[in-house]
Write a protein that binds this ligand. Structure first.
Ligand code: TYM
Length: 349
């Protein structure tokens, strides 16, 4: 089957969105929206795989879902052009995930590094959902036969798993897929990760060897999309650095993770390659560079932040957008998942 190019990606509504989410994923989404049919999802079913204390429980979740939806729109996703919805409103995700649970192998899931990181030492106490997280992610993508998935570097392994699941489904059910009239046996595409830009892995402001993350105990480690201008400037000013001035060439960043991270963030925010940033700031002290970085960060994040606030003042409108997005998403996913049921051999009325 020749697959029409289609983009799918998502974010979890747990805690604040941060600069890593914005630069690693959302900026790419806004670009891809200009050239592709795109589907962007708030993955609320993924959010509840963690302990209730992490996602906030039933009193917090609706607000978190709206807040992530508002961030998408404020960052530049146009909900008329692209499809924007929350995962739990389209039950085909969960249905396809079950079929994929029976296609994916335990050995594949045992290799997932993000599960090991998130489960930590107390693995016996992690939810089954956390273990199964990448299978649901494969279902998210393949329920739409999406071909391209723009994400940050940390999602690469999950996308390899999604490809393995697609491939094994195509192989396991090859005969049935042909009988259903798909002559080349390719029921699902092998979705491609799109991991591009100078900030595919934004690191913590406190430790250049650790990823910027929602779960870091120190709020100084990350810039939240909801931080005001003073907070952004203060966090950048406090960011860990080394005593040397900035190098003039990228090779000079190799053994300097904190410097490398700040230059990468600047480059992504200013929309320039890292080399151009170093041509401008090579030889400068961090005090000078941090001031410039704070300025560019505030000028990019400030308007997104203000627009998010404006949108969140009308929660009913966000709910309406999500419901309409879910209706459009389902119109694509339902026929595909119905066909999966036929291919597997389920009876349906
Ligand atoms: P989440 O919410 O953890 O992350 C959302 C996106 O932000 C990117 N990201 C980063 N990029 C650069 N530097 C960082 N420090 C950083 N931290 C996070 C992530 O790579 C991701 O692109 N499992 C997904 C959500 C998901 C999904 C999907 C994505 C569920 N189903 C289907 C794509 C397709 C996740 O990581 O969410």
């Amino acid at each position: 089957m020749a697959f029409t190019p289609r983009v799918f990606s998502g974010m979890q509504p747990t805690g604040n969105l941060h600069l890593g989410n914005y630069l690693g994923a959302m900026v790419q989404w806004v670009e891809m929206q200009k050239t592709h049919d795109c589907i962007f999802c708030v993955v609320d079913m993924h959010a509840i795989t963690m302990a209730v204390s992490v996602w906030g429980g039933p009193s917090e979740l609706p607000g978190q879902i709206r807040s992530v939806a508002a961030a998408y729109i404020a960052a530049g996703i146009d909900p008329k052009r692209s499809i924007l919805f929350n995962q739990s409103q389209v039950s085909e995700h969960a249905e396809l995930a079950w079929v994929f649970n029976c296609v994916a192998r335990l050995g594949w899931l045992n290799r997932m590094t993000q599960f090991k990181e998130k489960a930590g030492k107390d693995r016996e106490n992690a939810s089954v959902g956390l273990y199964d997280y990448p299978v649901l992610m494969a279902a998210d993508i393949l329920a739409y036969r999406a071909t391209h998935v723009p994400v940050g570097e940390d999602q690469k392994q999950h996308l390899e798993l999604a490809r393995d699941i697609a491939q094994k489904f195509n192989n396991d059910f090859a005969e049935s897929i042909r009988k259903a009239g798909i002559d080349d046996g390719q029921f699902f595409p092998l979705p491609e990760p799109v991991i591009i830009g100078p900030a595919t892995r934004v690191m913590s402001l406190r430790d250049g060897t650790k990823k910027m993350s929602k779960s870091d105990a120190s709020d100084l480690s990350r810039i939240n999309m909801t931080d005001d201008a003073d907070t952004i400037a203060r966090k950048i000013q406090k960011a860990k650095t080394d005593p040397e001035p900035l190098p003039s060439e990228e090779a000079g960043l190799e053994t300097r993770p904190e410097a490398d991270n700040l230059v990468g963030i600047y480059a992504a925010l200013a929309g320039k390659p890292k080399a151009a940033v170093l041509r401008e700031y090579g030889g400068a002290q961090f005090s000078t560079f941090k001031k410039a970085l704070a300025e560019v960060a505030v000028s990019r994040i400030g308007p997104v932040n203000a627009e998010m606030k404006r949108l969140l003042a009308d929660p009913a409108e966000i709910d309406r957008i999500l419901a309409e997005g879910a209706r459009r998403a389902r119109a694509i996913a339902k026929p595909i998942v119905d066909q999966v049921k036929d291919v597997v051999g389920f009876l349906r009325s």
